[in-house]
Design a protein around this ligand. Structure first.
Ligand SMILES: [Zn+2]
Length: 98
């Protein structure tokens, strides 16, 4: 579970899940803007999005029907949204992407 870098309150798993759907993420306790850390973004990319796209690529390479591939992709995305908060952390300032 992550904590707000401004007020140090613990952000619950459910609150972090909902934050994923917002463009401007704000702490529900103090209302301050939250920025995802570079480490958090990198962790998500290499542990979730990169393996997922690799998995989708393998499925299509073996001639599995496109409809089934897309259906499993959507199912994986929904599952990933549930575990995503475990890999996220926030900072007070926006960090560069690279
Ligand atoms: Zn806060």
């Amino acid at each position: 579970m992550a904590e707000c870098p401004h007020c140090n309150e613990q952000i619950s798993h459910a609150q972090m899940f909902l934050l994923n759907f917002k463009i401007k993420k704000k702490c529900s306790y103090c209302g301050c803007r939250l920025y995802e850390t570079k480490k958090s973004r990198n962790r998500q990319f290499f542990m979730i999005y990169f393996p997922l796209s690799f998995f989708i690529g393998i499925l299509t390479a073996f001639g599995i029907p496109f409809g089934f591939v897309m259906l499993s992709f959507v199912a994986c995305l929904l599952l990933l949204l549930l575990i995503l908060p475990k890999f996220q952390s926030y900072s007070t300032e926006e960090e560069p992407w690279f």
